[in-house]
Design a binder for this molecule. Structure first.
Ligand SMILES: Cc1cc2nc3c(=O)[nH]c(=O)nc-3n(C[C@H](O)[C@H](O)[C@H](O)COP(=O)(O)OP(=O)(O)OC[C@H]3O[C@@H](n4cnc5c(N)ncnc54)[C@H](O)[C@@H]3O)c2cc1C
Length: 432
């Protein structure tokens, strides 16, 4: 008879490994299946790691996790054709030991996290694709893999197979991917000698900088861009709604090239050597796009459940949080000797409701629809902000009162008072 596991976890990204680690360190018998050659081999991220969700799983992670830099500085740039208006927050209160955000490279990070899970007792099998869920009537009782004799049985299956989640779609737990609910992100890693990088960004003692960008760089399409400093490289990328990319027929690598050549960005990466290029989908549909996340014998975590807060550029932390909460649900049911039926697994949703995962997704549930409908936020306002500051700050012999009047006149040429008021109210409503 085939061995039956307490839990089968599909996928070894942050969501799957958080679940597998939590289960195994509580004494459960867990098998984790990953189609890649090793954890992280198929994964793409910016990448900023948000410490809090990992800290709840491995409190001492800072001791040996492959972290690149801690984020001492955060910039937000609203970009126009040849200018940007920005904010910077830099603090000396953060250091390596207490920072809440670190830059990482996903391949070494995922491998490290997975090693911790294996040390806790997880049986990880790589280069194995799960092709199907095995069901007994409505109940999921195992998985069918692409290995010979590749059927595995478990009391419960956790799907952590990422944004495409072919399994959830095949099993009818989730609809097909809709282009207006996913973004396509492209990213390049540009290598720069450490000393040059630190001088260029003003960094000491493992400090790092994150720059988030929006505005004309996405050419009116719904999306954002980023630039993060690693130890001796820069991660730079841009992501736009797939529906917009298809409509505008703009290849994403063209957008990345324009970003790299923008006058604000070019000096930061000059002299670097681009060594890695990757592309990946990002779930952007938010709360409204969330599929059914539990059922008879199964739960879905991370990107597969569309858990990404794209406004704050958080994804891996939602994956880890949901992975841990799914595992804790299994542990609680097991302790009570309960069954892994739909009624008992509803506890997973309850846990998510109390966590930042669903609270944040609910907070922004209408944001995407608003920006999707009202592109002024991506086109007109960045232009207004950049033009107004340019004219107000320019010392050209024109008196300041005249400048103010001209600026207001120029703003109103681009957007009427009632339009601005409506936009402000809509924005407030969509984010309150
Ligand atoms: C360009 C870009 C930038 C990003 N930047 C950030 C950032 O800075 N910070 C942040 O927090 N998030 C960021 N994200 C989002 C983040 O990468 C994801 O939210 C996170 O990886 C989700 O983790 P996951 O475990 O749910 O899925 P994944 O990391 O996608 O892992 C899924 C795993 O399942 C495996 N798998 C899939 N199907 C099968 C199958 N049938 N059988 C076996 N294995 C399977 C895959 O190989 C993969 O290893 C970014 C995403 C992109 C694309």
């Amino acid at each position: 008879m085939k061995e039956k596991y307490d839990c089968i976890v599909v996928g070894a990204g942050p969501g799957g490994t958080a679940a597998a680690y939590t289960l195994a360190s509580n004494g459960l018998n867990v098998i984790q299946l990953e189609r890649g050659e090793y954890p992280g081999s198929k994964n793409v991220q910016g990448a900023v790691l948000y410490a809090n969700s990992l800290e709840k799983i491995i409190p001492e992670f800072r001791m040996d996790a492959p972290l690149e830099r801690f984020l001492a500085e955060q910039r937000v740039w609203i970009i126009d054709k040849d200018a940007y208006v920005g904010t910077t927050h830099r603090t000396a209160a953060l250091n390596w030991d207490n920072a809440d955000r670190y830059t990482i490279l996903r391949a070494p990070f995922d491998r490290w996290f997975s090693k911790k899970a294996q040390e806790a007792g997880v049986l990880l099998i790589c280069e194995t694709t799960v092709l199907d869920l095995i069901k007994e009537k409505e109940r999921v009782i195992g998985v069918r893999t692409d290995r010979e004799d590749g059927e595995l049985y478990g009391e419960v299956v956790i799907l952590a197979d990422g944004v495409n989640s072919m399994l959830a779609r095949k099993a009818g737990f989730r609809k097909e991917i809709v282009p207006k609910e996913v973004a396509l992100g492209v990213k390049e890693t540009i290598f720069i000698p450490q000393e040059i990088l630190e001088n260029r960004f003003g960094l000491v003692d493992n400090q790092g900088v994150a720059i988030e960008m929006l505005g004309s760089i996405t050419r009116g399409m719904l999306g954002t861009a980023f630039l993060y400093t690693n130890k001796e490289s820069i991660s730079i990328g841009i992501g736009c709604l797939l529906a917009d990319l298809k409509k505008e027929k703009i290849p994403p690598f063209e957008l990345l090239e324009s970003l790299k050549n923008h006058p604000a960005v070019k000096p930061l990466i000059v002299g670097g050597e681009a060594k890695e290029y990757s592309a990946h989908l990002i779930p952007e549909g938010g709360y409204h796009a969330m599929p059914q996340i539990y059922g008879e014998g199964w739960m879905v975590v991370g990107d597969a459940a569309m858990f990404v807060n794209s406004i704050h550029r958080e994804g891996s932390n939602l994956a880890m949080e949901s992975g841990r909460l799914a595992a804790e649900t299994v542990i609680e049911i097991k302790k009570k000797k309960g069954r892994f039926n739909k009624e008992n697994l509803a506890l997973y949703k309850e846990k998510l409701e109390k966590s930042f995962v669903l609270k944040d997704l609910r907070k922004y549930k209408n944001f995407h629809a608003l920006i999707g409908k009202n592109r002024h936020f991506l086109t007109t306002y960045p232009e207004i902000m950049n033009d107004s500051l340019f004219s107000l700050l320019k010392v050209d012999g024109v008196d300041k009162r005249t400048k103010e009047k001209e600026t207001i006149k120029n703003i109103l040429k681009k957007r009427s008072v009632s339009g601005i008021l409506q936009d402000a109210i809509q924005l407030w409503r969509a984010t309150r």
